[in-house]
Design a protein around this ligand. Structure first.
Ligand code: NAD
Length: 457
């Protein structure tokens, strides 16, 4: 731990830089964002190579699910930063006349971002983009698990940004533990609920505000009125994207008993059509042997109706469907985070909602239905971070929607305006005129003053 004392110096330097006020300049922040976009763009081929080495993710998927989101977020801030950062005038109530009321946004200061490995670029850099846009300094620790991706992030950031503005440190649990001992002005964490609790406890020491982007089991419901072809296509895509290693992947399916057979046939048809073969551009390996073994241990060979093959040499697991699954099965005891799709059946949608509601609040939930009442009940009766009706995953790609969890799946949100708000304190300022103030709030108190106060408030 001794060796990690340099971390303290970085944070001291970052806070000192923040206090100089350079980051108050919106144009300076825009230059930082533009520079980030340029260097990512110039290094795209290295970014593709690194992530390919980590878990075989293709350039297509890396662009579509990582880099394009970072570019879009930067473009959003380049376009909207002036408006977002501008103080907002709000109405002043009667008791505060004659006065003016304004809300100023103020950056927190020195921010720590801790990333997860499954989308190593966007989960590290999107929060950094929002933090810089809001005028903070950033110290970023990507996940050590996607090792090559973390190295290339460190290289391109540290070679191109002043250390006191934006810096990357790499390392595992020891590094994260050392960072969490330092006082930051805001911590943004992406990862598991278990580690989220460690981060939250560490932040409490200094009352540091936190955003926790966590995970959990995201349910997917297929009702009898669903368009089964469309449902199967969108579920297969969302589940097997990144080989299921997506925090908002459909974790398990609840399908109405009357359409189960046809639905499973459609699922299998789409898995075959999408050609999830080893070494193809269409599929990803499991990140490491630990997760490979964990996933194999979740499978019950008696319940596998499709797939189940695996190659430990390259950590490949075939898209796998398990049927007749119930809540006692191992696969239902934890977030799967891999390419195994358990199918449960239901008769009564209200019962499904009750079961989901009796578990931890999910990061995402999905329903496929053409019945407006089902849609309405789904939104009203379930608590979740975000959802799609008749799709999976895609809500994450709309920058006008806040992205984040609730309860065990996280707290706070980001993307677009919500990212800016996450990294800003809203400072309320009431400016009073010197004249025009009724004296009724001042002692000595009288019953007639009280009557006036009652009327005014
Ligand atoms: P993780 O919690 O194991 O690790 C996340 C980060 O925490 C890494 O940088 C790691 O170095 C650090 N860390 C690990 N152990 C630590 C400890 N004891 N003390 C301090 N820091 C520690 O999560 P992961 O395996 O990288 O990611 C998988 C989890 O993250 C899943 O639950 C998934 O759903 C969730 N996730 C959530 C989102 C989201 O946006 N909400 C996105 C991706 C992943």
């Amino acid at each position: 731990m001794e060796k990690l004392s340099f971390l303290n110096e970085i944070v001291v330097d970052q806070r000192a830089f923040f206090k100089k006020g350079v980051l108050l300049d919106i144009n300076y922040r825009k230059e930082l964002l533009l520079k980030l976009k340029t260097i990512i763009n110039q290094n795209e081929s290295f970014l593709y190579d690194a992530i390919k080495m980590d878990f075989g993710k293709s350039a297509f998927e890396t662009f579509a699910t990582e880099l394009s989101l970072i570019y879009a977020e930067i473009d959003y801030f380049l376009k909207n930063l002036n408006k977002l950062a501008k103080p907002k005038s709000v109405a002043t109530n009667l008791a505060n006349q004659l006065g003016k009321s304004k809300i100023y946004t103020e950056a927190y200061g020195a921010v720590l971002v801790i990333g997860a490995w499954n989308y190593p670029y966007q989960l590290s850099l999107l929060p950094a983009v929002s933090a810089l846009a809001a005028g903070n300094t950033v110290l970023l620790k990507p996940s050590e698990i996607a090792f090559q991706s973390a190295l290339i992030i460190e290289k391109i950031i540290n070679e191109n940004f002043p250390k006191e503005v934006f810096h990357v440190v790499n390392g595992g649990v020891a590094m994260a533990t050392a960072l969490l001992k330092i006082r930051f002005d805001k911590i943004f964490f992406t990862g598991s609920p278990q580690v989220g609790k460690i981060v939250y406890k560490a932040a409490a020491e200094y009352l540091t505000p936190v955003t926790l982007e966590l995970g959990g089991k995201s349910p997917t419901i297929v009702t009898q009125s669903a368009n089964l072809k469309v449902a199967a296509r969108r579920i297969v895509w969302g589940k097997f994207l990144n080989a299921g290693q997506t925090c908002i992947a459909p974790d398990y399916i609840y399908v109405h008993h009357s359409v189960k057979k046809e639905f499973i046939e459609e699922i299998i048809k789409h898995i075959k059509a999408f050609q999830y073969t080893p070494d193809s551009e269409n599929y990803t390996y499991i990140i490491n042997k630990h997760h490979f073994d964990r996933l194999l241990a979740l499978m019950d060979s008696n319940k596998i109706i499709y797939g189940g093959n695996a190659n430990p040499d390259v950590c490949f697991i075939e898209p796998t469907i398990m049927d007749n699954v119930n809540w006692e099965d191992k696969i239902m005891q934890e977030e799967i985070f891999g390419p195994i799709l358990p199918i449960l059946v239901y008769q009564d949608l209200e019962e499904v909602f009750k079961t989901i509601d009796s578990n931890e609040k999910p990061l995402s939930a999905y329903i496929f239905t053409s019945d407006n009442e089902d849609k309405d009940l789904f939104v009203k009766q379930l608590s979740f971070g975000g959802a799609c009706i008749n799709d999976t995953i895609m809500h994450v790609s709309n920058p006008n929607l806040p992205f984040g969890g609730v309860g065990n799946s996280g707290m706070g949100s980001y993307h677009g305006k919500y990212g800016f708000d996450t990294f800003s304190h809203k400072k309320s300022v009431l400016e009073k005129r010197i004249i025009g103030e009724p004296k009724i709030k001042y002692p000595p108190y009288t019953s007639s003053k009280k009557k006036w106060i009652e009327k005014l408030i």
